[in-house]
Design a protein around this ligand. Structure first.
Ligand code: C5P
Length: 288
């Protein structure tokens, strides 16, 4: 049996540049990953199947449109005789949460299939299958910090960034991605003028990175807050936490993150927030 982690992805910034003729939004986003996430395993075999367990399994489901199965089929459609098998997903991340749970699961499925079929990690068919599965799947394939552009298919070089102690909060309200983008109200072909995305140098230290992140934003925050007003409360709670340096929403929400200078201050803040809001999913994370 082969096994791999499917870490949460966090958009530290997400700038919308416009809407393309194909309807997708052109964006620029600094994506990093958390140590924590789902776990996916594969027992190689001829038939494709998926079993989902874990705390958030009921929300994820093992239905035919689960991204693990879609990714596997997208790769099988590109490689004749691809050995498939029985996937088992231990689902811990909240679903429809802006932290790429499904996308990271799909990318993990592609990595496991690559291993089971002796494909090189940089085999272009893996990237093509990732792209066909969803906008965030290519960036999740490597699972390392980088700038994502286009609708997600264009990836900058891997960045070496410092570990950022963080607290993640999901208030338990699933947020569908498509309507959040739609609320931006952009027409196909329309571009947006707005602050340029800060350049993120590989090797930046934590204070320099924080200063650059302060110049960035997540343009989906306002439309997501209209769709799920509890996000306003989540951001207020994070910003009020002792030691919080920056709080922002990830992806199309509802998960928000706060960055701290030490793991201890992050842990202290998480404990206080859990006491205040036992109904929320509150996790400490080291982002990189
Ligand atoms: O690619 P994915 O299926 O994850 O995207 C879900 C939906 O989010 C798309 O159907 C589209 O409406 C919206 N989207 C977008 N621009 C992006 C990514 C997603 O408009 N860059």
């Amino acid at each position: 049996m082969l096994s791999t982690r499917a870490p949460a992805k966090i958009n530290l910034t997400l700038h919308i540049l416009g809407r393309r003729a194909d309807g997708y939004h052109a964006l620029e986003s600094l994506v990093v990953f958390s140590g924590a996430g789902d776990t996916l395993s594969l027992t190689p075999g001829a038939a494709l199947s998926l079993d989902v367990t874990g705390p958030t399994a009921p929300a994820a489901g093992a239905s035919d449109d689960n991204l693990v199965l879609r990714a596997a089929r997208n790769l099988a459609g590109r490689i004749e005789g691809l050995r498939l098998g029985a996937f088992r997903l231990e689902k811990r991340l909240p679903v429809a949460a802006g932290i790429g749970g499904g996308s990271s699961d799909a990318a993990a499925a592609l990595r496991l299939l690559a291993h089971a079929n002796d494909l090189a990690a940089d085999d272009p068919r893996l990237y093509e299958a990732a792209r066909a599965t969803g906008s965030d799947v290519p960036v999740c394939l490597a699972g390392r910090a980088r700038i994502m552009r286009g609708a997600g298919e264009s990836l900058g070089p891997l960045l070496s960034l410092p570990l950022l102690p963080a607290v993640l909060i999901n208030p338990g309200v699933p947020v569908e991605t498509r309507p959040v983008f739609a609320r931006l109200g952009l027409q196909p072909g329309e571009s947006v003028s707005g602050g340029a995305h800060p350049e993120i140098p590989s090797g930046a230290d934590a204070p320099a990175l924080l200063a650059l992140l302060e110049k960035g934003r997540n343009d989906l925050e306002d439309p997501a807050c209209l769709q799920a007003p509890v996000i306003v409360d989540v951001l207020a709670v994070l910003r009020a936490a002792r030691g919080c340096r920056l709080a922002r929403m990830s992806g199309s929400g509802a998960t928000c993150f706060a960055l701290f200078t030490t793991p201890q201050t992050a842990a202290r803040a998480a404990r206080a927030i859990r006491r205040q809001h036992p109904e929320w999913w509150v996790k400490t994370a080291a982002l990189r």
